[in-house]
Design a protein around this ligand. Structure first.
Ligand code: KG4
Ligand code: ZN
Length: 365
């Protein structure tokens, strides 16, 4: 059994009942800096007060995230982003009950900025620190509440299809802090497949949103690429990536303008194949577990065709589906704050000497 909570061992966190928080409306500041988005958010109880984000455009010209540039940009952004989150929430540092921060997985240099900032702040305002697994954050983002909105949340146990630039997993969630990975990718993440396709078509980075947009104008049944044959609930996306590469190479030999002339159809067809692969295992997971509460999360869950497909399958198969608001799909600190809230309530705090864990994912696979 794979358990995201295994991370506790590596993280060396303390579970001290003295810290157990009983106050109803805890105020949590969340800080996220695992990749190329610097974000800070404030929640009171499960209600979102602010969620501020600074994205880094600097990577676009390189066709992917450059770790060194990401850390430097985090360093520039973190203070203004945190100050803005506090201001927008209408609170002072004094009102904060705990500081949640992403400890991993992610780029080490990026994680170091958020972690060090959180530690410095914790010392200066004398508030406890709570370390958060970024992946748990994506899954628990469904419990965030927004004033005046229909705050529908999944019931336990539920299945989470976690699809991002670094991960593709089907997770069984039995409680706020009880996770079991039922399936995971054995090579690339689905987000990488989107980004790689965009690179081959010279569409820029990140590729997912561009493919999503072009696919709307294309025919999803025009081309087919080779699908993986992986046992159980695991995924593989490296084969389909290579299949697209060879397909384009062959077509370009015949017609140098092939990509230009067929861009929308290639995007729509490739996207459909990726979604079919995702759904195939998700449907299997529902059948195996009998759990019909189904959520999606992570950057790729912003994909409009995937969102529509999950909704349609839900209606067809009698699932209750939960699709996050777009702003909670990609990396954000609100999801870190809500995860910190549940951890803090459960008595988890983190010592000052805690270091970031870049490859925390390997603990869960
Ligand atoms: O969760 P996320 O923001 O960062 C990681 O933790 O990896 O996910 C980023 C990934 C990228 O691969 C990006 O191309 C993909 O999410 N993505 C999308 C869409 N928006 C972002 N993929 C497909 N369709 C989208 N609309
Ligand atoms: Zn993410």
């Amino acid at each position: 059994m794979h358990n995201i909570d295994n991370m506790e061992q590596k993280f060396n966190t303390v579970k001290d009942s003295n810290y157990s928080a009983s106050k109803e409306d805890l105020v949590i500041l969340g800080i996220e800096s695992s990749c190329d988005d610097t974000s800070a958010a404030v929640i009171r109880g499960e209600y979102l007060l602010s969620n501020v984000m600074a994205s880094q455009d600097v990577h676009r010209q390189y066709g992917g995230v450059i770790p060194e540039l990401a850390s430097r940009a985090h360093q520039q952004n973190i203070l203004p982003v945190v100050s803005q989150a506090i201001k927008q929430a209408g609170i002072t540092f004094d009102d904060i009950d705990a500081i949640g921060f992403t400890r991993g997985p992610g780029l080490l240099g990026s994680l170091l900025v958020g972690t060090s900032f959180a530690k410095g702040l914790s010392l200066s305002i004398d508030k406890p620190l709570v370390d958060v697994n970024h992946l748990q954050g994506h899954i628990l983002s469904h419990f965030l509440k927004v004033e005046g909105r229909d705050n529908r949340a999944p019931k336990f146990p539920f299945l989470a299809l976690l699809v991002s630039g670094g991960h593709t997993q089907i997770v069984r969630v039995d409680d706020y802090l009880k996770f079991e990975i039922l399936g995971h990718t054995i090579d690339d993440a689905v987000g990488e497949a989107f980004d790689k396709c965009a690179k081959l078509l010279s569409l820029g980075y990140p590729g997912g949103p561009v493919i999503d947009r072009l696919a709307k104008e294309g025919n999803p049944d025009r081309f087919r690429f080779s699908k993986p044959h992986i046992q159980g609930l695991n995924y593989s996306f490296s084969g389909i990536k290579t299949s697209l590469l060879y397909f384009l190479r062959d077509q370009l030999k015949e017609n140098p303008n092939f990509i230009e002339e067929n861009k929308n159809d290639i995007c729509a067809s490739f996207q459909k194949d990726l979604i079919d692969i995702l759904l195939d295992k998700l449907i299997k997971a529902v059948k195996q577990t009998g759990i019909k509460e189904v959520t999606i999360g992570g950057g790729v869950s912003a994909n409009s065709a995937l969102r529509q497909r999950i909704e349609n399958e839900g209606i067809k198969r009698g699932w209750n589906t939960y699709i996050p608001e777009l702003k909670f799909t990609t990396d954000n600190a609100a999801m870190i704050a809500i995860t910190a809230l549940y951890r803090f309530k459960d008595g988890h705090t983190c010592p000052l000497e805690a270091a970031p864990v870049a490859r925390a994912a390997s603990l869960t696979e």
